[in-house]
Each structure stands twice: as C-alpha cells, then as structure tokens.
Design a protein around this ligand. Structure first.
Ligand SMILES: NC(=O)c1ccc[n+]([C@@H]2O[C@H](COP(=O)([O-])OP(=O)(O)OC[C@H]3O[C@@H](n4cnc5c(N)ncnc54)[C@H](OP(=O)(O)O)[C@@H]3O)[C@@H](O)[C@H]2O)c1
Length: 384
C-alpha cells in the first residue's frame, strides 16, 4: 500500500489522479490533499476519501473548511498556506507526492518532498522549468525518483525502458498544435480567451490551455525533457501531430524510433507514474488504430508561434533565464485570463522580461524566488 500526498487535488490532473485512486483502492491510501480556493470540491474529496491531512492555501477557504470539518466531527487536520503544503509533502508516512499544482508555487513543496525522500509523480512542469537544476540535483542526492506525469514525458520515459539515455539520438516531442494550428500571429493578437481555451484534444486547466494555444506549453515541455532525460536542446525536437495519438517518441542511435501511443487521456500517464515499474489494468478506452486511420506529422510554425522559440532560447541560455521566462509567462497568462492584456501581449511581455532581467546569477532557491517577485512586480506595474 502506497501513501499518497496529492498537491492540487481539485484541478484537472488532481481529479484524474483521484479517479485512479478510486479504481485502485487496494494499492493506495490518500494521506493528504491540497487545493487553493475550491472549498466545495475539497469538501467532496474529504467526504469521500477521508484523508487525515488537508491544506487550503487560501486563508478564507481554509477557515471555511475548518468550520465544516468541526461541525461534522471529522478526523482531519486542516492546514493553511505554503507551510501546510510543505508539511504534507514531507509527512513521514508518505511514499509518493503527486505534484499537480499549477505554477512556480510548486517549487518549495517539491524540494521539501525530495529532501524527505519521497518519490515525485510530477505534473507541475513549471517547477522543473524554473528550478530544474535544483530539483534534479536534490533528487539525485536523496536517491528519489521523479516519475513524469505529463503525457509526452511519460511516453518518453516508457520508450526508455530497457534502454540507456546515452543511446538517444533525438527526443521527438509531439504536440497537437493547440486550437490555433495553421493561424497567423497577426490573426491571433486579439483572440479572446474563450477561443484560446478551446483545446481540440485535451480538457485541461485554464493556464495550461492558454499555454497550449501559444505553444509555450511545448516550450515548457522542451525544458522539462532536457532536465528529466539529461538531453541537450539540440536533441529535443517538437513535432506537430494533430491526432494526439503518438504521445512522443525516441529516435535511438541505431535509427530505431520507439513511440508510445494511446488515446488522449491523462489517467494513463498518471497510473503509470503511480504504479511504476508495474502496469495495472486499463482505466482508459483502448486505442482502436483502424478507427484512427491515419496519423499525420508536421513541422511546428516557429514564426507564428514565437513562444516556442523563446523557450528554446531560455533553455539554451540556462541559469535564471528559464525561471524569468516561466514567471513572465505565468503573470502574462494570468492577466490575459482576466481580460487585462491581449493574446499577442503574452509573447511580447515574455520577450521583454527575458531581455530586461539579469539571468546570469547562480541558480539558488533564493535567487529564483527573488527573480520571480521582481518579474511579477514589473509586469503588474506595467499593466495594472
Ligand atoms: N491538465 C492536464 O491535462 C495537464 C497535462 C499535463 C501537465 N499538466 C500540468 O499539471 C499542472 C496542473 O495542471 P491542471 O490543468 O490540473 O491545473 P488546474 O486544473 O488549474 O488545477 C490546479 C490545482 O492547483 C491548485 N492551485 C492553483 N493555484 C494555486 C496556488 N497559488 N497555490 C496552491 N495551489 C494552487 C488549484 O486549486 P483550486 O482548485 O482551489 O484553485 C488546483 O487544485 C500544471 O503544471 C500543468 O502544466 C496538466
């Protein structure tokens, strides 16, 4: 029986993780969960799973949940804020921490979980983008596994089984192309968020949906792949695959290409990350290749989706540049979702921050946090 802490339990990945736990009750115990503000969803989770620890990072929602638990005589400790996230990430009885939070807020709890010797099932890609060096070094020092949950990275991880990272020639990172595939940047500049949120293949949280529309999501994944599989950026090749059936592939030095295929359903990579190295019974629809018929692939359009180029640039610069890029993206997407900037401004804002802020500092937690604050302040001052 594995004891699980689930950070971000009310989100898209969080609820799909709960679905796996629901189906594999004899394998997992949900020890702790977190959410930010979504009190209603959290109430349902604790009613059903009765985890002994719960965190709400938002103060008002936390107080509301404390009252609810008291009134219903529930044996649950309700914790608040970052302190709570750190506490549930390092509980002695926990074996695996699923990081399904959105954004750089995941960095500190992930590092604390690793220090505590917990394996990580990592969905929270922003943590690896902004603090990849710190996270991977700490994981190595503490002999901790980082199991990828992102479907592309899970695919690569699955294709790597029985092979060595040293014999990788190329990582082929597939992308659906998002809702605006084939469109020009000029046409997209004033695209309303309602259109940007309509992903053709995946039903995801708001932030990642916008990242998919700008293709920044693929850029973040390039950096994520660099850290997870120790590959230089020259060997990571994004490729557009609108059917979203091939979740990614590896070309080996002998010319063999090994790919992982499946229907677009995040429960499969979540299940694999939790059960590794075992495979357990299918929770997703089986893939019918006859029905799929054909699979197509095309070159990404770097000119009209320039965020993807920015991510390569940031990754190759290294040091604090990926953190600057990531943070600028988080702040810009947040403003776009609040209708305060246009779709095109997301790219311009990230580019401006990458040019403005000093990235040549040592990669320490303190420097990452300080840079994040400066970038956010700058963007908010500019637009608010
Ligand atoms: N969704 C997917 O299919 C998918 C696929 C691959 C990778 N990912 C990655 O997985 C992560 C989660 O994505 P998602 O789509 O599941 O996001 P989501 O649906 O927006 O859920 C985010 C979760 O994080 C919590 N949260 C939000 N802001 C927070 C804060 N400031 N402090 C603490 N907790 C906070 C939310 O709580 P409330 O509900 O209370 O706000 C929610 O539980 C992202 O890094 C994303 O890139 C997602």
């Amino acid at each position: 029986m594995k004891n699980i802490t689930l950070l971000g339990a009310t989100g898209s990945i969080g609820t799909q993780t709960l679905d796996i736990l629901r189906k594999e009750k004899d394998r997992y115990k949900l020890t702790a969960v977190s959410a930010h503000k979504n009190y209603e969803a959290m109430r349902k989770i604790i009613d059903e799973f009765e985890p002994p620890y719960v965190v709400m990072t938002d103060e008002e929602s936390c107080n509301k949940l404390r009252v609810y638990c008291k009134l219903h005589n529930m044996k649950v400790e309700v914790l608040m804020g970052m302190e709570g996230l750190i506490e549930i990430s390092s509980l002695p009885q926990v074996n695996v921490v699923v990081t399904a939070l959105v954004g750089m807020v995941g960095i500190l709890p992930t590092l604390k979980a690793i220090e505590g010797g917990k394996d990580i099932a990592l969905a929270n890609k922003e943590t690896l983008v902004a603090a990849g060096e710190l996270v991977m070094n700490k994981a190595k020092q503490n002999n901790v596994n980082i199991f990828p949950v992102d479907s592309e990275h899970s695919a690569i991880f699955q294709c790597l089984q029985g092979n060595s990272e040293k014999s990788i020639n190329k990582i082929i990172l597939t992308a659906s192309g998002g809702p605006f595939r084939g469109k020009k940047f000029e046409e997209l500049k004033f695209m309303p968020k309602e259109a940007s949120l309509k992903h053709p293949k995946w039903n995801m949280g708001y932030k990642i949906s916008i990242d998919s529309a700008t293709l920044m999501n693929k850029g973040l994944e390039v950096i994520e792949a660099h850290w997870l599989f120790s590959q230089p950026y020259e060997k990571i090749m994004p490729i557009i695959h609108p059917e979203s059936i091939v979740h990614s592939a590896i070309e080996y030095i002998d010319g063999s290409v090994i790919a992982q295929l499946g229907n677009a359903d995040m429960r499969l990579p979540i299940q694999y990350a939790l059960n590794y190295p075992e495979r357990t019974n299918m929770v997703v629809e089986p893939l019918d290749l006859i029905k799929v018929g054909k699979l197509t692939f095309e070159e990404p359009d770097y000119n009209n989706f320039p965020c993807l180029s920015l991510a390569f640039e940031a990754g190759k610069c290294g040091k604090l540049m990926p953190a600057i890029m990531n943070c600028a993206n988080e702040a810009a997407v947040d403003l776009y979702l609040k209708d305060m900037i246009n779709f095109g401004d997301i790219y311009y804002t990230i580019k401006e921050c990458m040019e403005k802020f000093d990235y040549c500092q040592e990669v320490t937690l303190e420097n990452i946090i300080q840079t994040e604050q400066q970038v956010r302040e700058y963007i908010n001052k500019k637009f608010l």
